[in-house]
Write a new protein. Structure first.
Lengths: 112, 966
């Protein structure tokens, strides 16, 4: 379980890092999305992995040990939404830059 | 009036006046002058009124706590010495204001002038009245800034801009040194209180940090007082309006440096370091300043160098470390202020009435303006140190001190000779000033016909010259007691016996004065023919001027070196930068692990769930596949990214986080659509040849290695974290209190809208800003030329329609996905219902404002997909910007609502409400906050998506423009 998720996170981040080092803007945006998944999963796993833990409080007295840690979840939830916003912003910057420079290279012109 | 109020008023009054002056209309010359005169007179009156109290009690003090934990209090303190300066600042300030009323042209924007002038005056009062060193530094910096603004008052003039910049750079540097010095003093003494520091002289002098502190303080004082080698800014500051020069460059600003030296004289003076550093700077300034002054052709430049010289004299006196030297220094500070301010004003009148300040053009003005000429002559005589004037008295004291031996060294031996030399030069330039302007051949071809100025413009000079005379003739009866109060404030019990008499008998100092006057006259007569036509500046030294060196240093530092550094270290290419970021991250992460080791238990391979393993096999394939395909097969890469996102979403659900799974799934949908919309504007890439070049292959191999290292490293760290026992987390607090305090069972949602509501508020603000930024960027979007044409598929469809007789154009497009599009349109209300459902249950079950917002945005999005941009925009007005504004305002209003009830921002309240039919429902103000979140998320998401979708309508417009330009 633990190992698989860790490998998954590594694969996401590794693929993302490869992509952000590429010269095309589209590659970079895909790479950032992949890294975002990896990072979100990593932050989430900081709260430790719990299967079949109740996410919603039951009636009566509460024993925190019965529940999944909500703090990383709250962090990741907003991170997902903000991640969408940054993807959108980057996409638009990419498109505008492409319109202005005529190139989709990350530097705005082809390297020679 | 209580002491505190009195002192605070003396500083506050000019600042208040400055504030009012800034808002008067730009042609309000008279009201500005009245206001400024009222303010300066008010401060003057306060100063005069406080004198008896100072004599009685030694010093007035006021103490207001500000940041006591940092030792920073608003402490004011006025002793006799500070009082003397307050008198100079307010008295000469008043005269300058009167003078400026006539000097400034009706075309000048006077509110700015008076506003800055009064603010400067307030800052200067602050410097002299500060009882706390930090406060002193603050006011010290303020004087630098206001002097910058005043010197650059005529900012259309390049000279004024350069002069202002140079003054600010130099004095700002000194200010920086002063900050450090003050912090060090505070470190040693343990207090920033001026009284405490003044009493701790011995501790400071014996401390090992004494020399660094001394150097820093001297740096501050020398830059401010334009002492060699930092003198060069003062002549360049002469581009300021003359009232500014008369105020700042004679009486106040430049005096701040020597004020500082005298203020801390009891603390620092008396050591060999002090003697050498201060003495050599003072002597160099005095002699060189006077020498350079002779060769100036600009009368203000002459006065500026003379100021450097006289300040050098004061510095030299302070360097001696003898109490009598300090007395002479303080006395000369006052004398210099009176005669130099009047001379600056006279120079201003000459400039004003003739239109030039060039000594080569001026001449014979005595007949045109006899009164001004007479006044200027008396003031010049005081500057030259002629008997019966105040300048003579302090110069005699200076001579008397110079011949005394203080510390056996060549500097001390040279002092009397340097003193005579400097005085002789002073006589030369004073004579040159008078003879060059008022006598000799009457000037021809002056820009204006010279005549006497109005009486009130002359009055300030008259007044100051009268002081020069009265003090010069009856020193003991006039200035004596005040000087004594000032001296006592600095020297305390060590105040020496001194005599202010004019006649001390036939003494050596008198002889020295005589020599200086005769030699100075002779020197002038020798150089006179040369000076009549010579260039600006002294011979030999003309090339070696401070301004040039300063400019060179600045250019080298801020341009050449900066450029070289950028060339050497910088790159404008993104890839090397990102590579560097990744590598540094790798090293930073690996370093502690390798150094300290990180033991992790070996994985238990038997415990692996095959389903989960299969899920992630798909996830990893998707991720790697996306990385592989992103260059040539964008759509494939996008689909694969979506796959990785789905696996992520399932993982969240797998590990008991349904909220995250839901959000991730919905965001996945909108992200995919967003990127799909963007694909259309990217260039076609069909060239598969790339990557065969050796260099490109090598760099790909290197990047692959980096990526593998990053992946492995992340895997290792993630694994190491996950297998560790969880430490106690704040999550327990949230779990225990979510229901009892937040009134919700879905803890994640309660954290978002209640416990950490302020964070969420910040987050949605960011989201709104990003949405509006995207919108703004796209408003000016110009697609690249090769993407203007319709996409290939659409062209094919249109061609197909055209080729058939039974079909009209766009038939195929409108039939495209017909059944799904009808379904999607029908689904619209259900989506709204679903969003409302997710929203309402959010506090107790998975859901909430974020998820509901994305759902609602998806509903709008589907309409665009189903029927096309045109169709939807004709029928549906979404107004996403309003949603954003409304959401943010709702969230803020809910937050502020708790203020009304006396709770901090965003405190939530909840209770159960009995509703008909539905029954008992929980109602928390957090729900209202969540409503704001919801509205904002809807607005921002829809704004981004439809702004991008809307671009497809640009094609026609863009095509039209391209046609027109062709």
């Amino acid at each position: 379980m633990d190992l698989i998720l860790a490998i998954g996170i590594g694969a996401l981040v590794g693929s993302g890092v490869w992509l952000i080092l590429r010269p095309r803007t589209y590659q970079v945006i895909i790479g950032l999305s992949l890294i975002a998944y990896g990072v979100n999963l990593f932050i989430f796993s900081i709260g430790r992995l719990r299967m079949n833990a109740a996410p919603v409080l039951a009636e009566g007295p509460i024993n925190p040990a019965d529940y999944a840690d909500p703090t990383p979840q709250a962090l990741v939830l907003t991170a997902i939404v903000i991640g969408f916003a940054t993807t959108a912003l980057f996409l638009v910057v990419l498109l505008v830059a492409r319109g202005l420079t005529g190139s989709d290279h990350v530097d705005g012109r082809e390297s020679n | 009036m209580p002491e505190g109020t009195l002192l605070a008023l003396m500083i506050a009054l000019p600042f208040v006046g400055s504030f009012i002056a800034a808002f008067l209309p730009s042609n309000a010359r008279n009201s500005e002058a009245w206001l400024a005169a009222f303010v300066t007179l008010g401060v003057l009156a306060l100063t005069l009124a406080s004198y008896p109290r100072i004599v009685a009690s030694g010093a007035l003090r006021s103490h207001i706590e500000w940041l006591p934990s940092l030792g920073l209090d608003f402490q004011l303190r006025m002793d006799g010495f500070a009082w003397m300066f307050a008198l100079l600042i307010s008295g000469i300030g008043f005269l300058v204001v009167v003078y400026a009323r006539y000097y400034m042209s009706p075309k000048d924007p006077v509110p700015r002038f008076y506003s800055f002038l009064l603010a400067f005056m307030g800052a200067m009062m602050g410097v002299v009245l500060s009882g706390n060193l930090i406060l002193l530094v603050v006011f010290w910096e303020a004087t630098s800034i206001f002097s910058f603004l005043l010197i650059g008052y005529w900012h259309h003039n390049a000279e004024a801009r350069n002069g202002a910049r140079m003054a600010l750079t130099t004095t700002g540097l000194g200010g920086l040194a002063l900050v450090v010095a003050v912090l060090l003093i505070g470190h040693i003494v343990g207090s920033y209180d001026l009284d405490t520091v003044l009493a701790a002289g011995e501790i400071i002098r014996d401390h090992e940090l004494y020399v660094p502190i001394l150097v820093l303080v001297l740096l501050a004082a020398f830059t401010k007082s334009a002492q060699f080698p930092f003198h060069f800014w003062l002549p360049n500051a002469m581009a300021a309006p003359t009232p500014v020069s008369a105020f700042l460059h004679s009486a106040t600003m430049v005096k701040a440096g020597v004020f500082l030296l005298a203020r801390f004289w009891p603390v620092f003076a008396g050591t060999p370091e002090w003697f050498w550093l201060v003495g050599s700077a003072g002597m160099a300034s005095m002699v060189l300043g006077a020498f350079f002054a002779i060769y100036q052709q600009d009368i203000k430049g002459l006065l500026a160098y003379s100021t450097i010289s006289h300040l050098g004299l004061i510095t030299l006196l302070l360097s001696l470390g003898s109490p009598l030297g300090a007395v002479a220094a303080i006395f000369h500070m006052m004398n210099h202020a009176t005669f130099k301010a009047s001379l600056f004003m006279a120079a201003g009148i000459i400039d004003h009435e003739t239109g030039t300040r060039d000594l080569r053009k001026l001449g014979g003005l005595f007949h045109a303006m006899p009164i001004t000429a007479s006044l200027a002559m008396v003031a010049s005589a005081a500057m030259a140190g002629v008997p019966l004037l105040n300048g003579f008295l302090s110069k005699e004291m200076f001579f008397a001190e110079a011949i005394e031996t203080h510390a056996v060294s060549w500097l001390d031996t040279a002092a009397p000779y340097a003193a005579v030399l400097g005085s002789a030069f002073a006589v030369s330039y004073s004579v040159r000033f008078i003879a060059g302007v008022f006598f000799g051949k009457p000037a021809e071809e002056l820009p204006h016909e010279p005549h006497e100025p109005p009486f009130l413009m002359r009055f300030p000079i008259l007044f100051l010259v009268a002081i020069c005379l009265v003090v010069g003739i009856f020193p003991g009866a006039t200035i004596g007691p005040y000087l004594h109060t000032a001296v006592q404030a600095v020297l305390g019990e060590g105040t020496p016996e001194y005599s202010l008499a004019i006649w001390h008998g036939l003494t050596l100092p008198l002889l020295m004065s005589g020599i200086a006057i005769v030699a100075g006259l002779a020197f002038y007569m020798i150089w006179r023919p040369y000076l009549a036509t010579s260039e600006e500046g002294p011979p030999l030294f003309r090339r070696l001027n401070g301004q040039r060196i300063f400019d060179q240093v600045l250019v080298t530092l801020s341009w050449r070196w900066a450029r070289a550094l950028e060339r050497f270290l910088g790159t404008r290419k993104l890839q090397p930068q990102l590579r560097l970021v990744v590598l540094i991250t790798l090293v930073a992460a690996a370093w502690p692990v390798l150094r300290l080791g990180l033991a992790s238990p070996l994985p238990d391979l038997a415990a692996i769930d095959p389903v989960f393993a299969a899920l992630w096999a798909v996830g990893i394939l998707c991720a790697v596949g996306a990385a592989w395909q992103a260059k040539y097969h964008r759509l494939v890469a996008l689909i694969l990214v979506g796959g990785a996102g789905l696996v992520t979403s399932l993982t969240f659900i797998w590990f008991s986080a349904p909220d995250l799974g839901l959000t991730q799934l919905l965001v996945e949908i909108v992200t995919t659509v967003l990127l799909l919309l963007g694909l259309r504007w990217l260039p076609k890439r069909v060239n598969f040849e790339e990557g065969t070049v050796l260099g490109a292959r090598l760099s790909r191999a290197r990047d692959a290695l980096i990526a593998i290292a990053a992946g492995l490293g992340t895997t290792f760290i993630a694994y190491a974290v996950i297998v560790r026992e969880a430490p106690g987390s704040i999550g327990d607090f949230f779990l225990s209190n979510a229901y009892s305090q937040g009134g919700g069972r879905n803890v994640v949602n309660v954290i978002l809208v209640d416990f950490r509501g302020f964070d969420t508020f910040g987050e949605i603000t960011v989201l709104g800003i990003v949405g509006i930024t995207v919108f703004a960027l796209l408003r000016r979007f110009r697609p690249a030329a090769d993407t203007i044409e319709r996409p290939e598929q659409q062209r094919d469809q249109l061609a197909f329609d055209e080729a058939r007789a039974d079909r009209s154009e766009t038939d195929t497009v409108s039939d495209y996905l017909f059944v799904p599009s009808v379904t999607m349109q029908w689904l619209f209300p259900f989506f709204i219902l679903f969003a409302a459902y997710l929203f309402l249950r959010g506090h107790d079950l998975p859901g909430g404002g974020f998820v509901a917002g994305i759902t609602m945005a998806t509903a709008f999005l589907l309409q665009y997909l189903a029927a096309g941009t045109r169709y939807v925009e004709d029928r549906l007005k979404v107004l996403p910007v309003n949603w954003i504004g409304l959401g943010l305002l709702t969230a803020a209003a809910v937050g502020c609502g708790s203020w009304i009830l006396g709770y901090p921002f965003l405190t939530s309240h909840f209770q159960y409400v009995e509703l008909p039919v539905i029954g008992k429902v929980p109602a928390a103000t957090a729900l209202l906050f969540d409503l704001g979140v919801y509205a904002l998320v809807v607005g921002a998401m829809v704004l981004m998506l439809i702004a991008l979708a809307h671009q497809s309508t640009r094609r026609l417009r863009a095509a039209k423009t391209a046609e027109e330009s062709a």
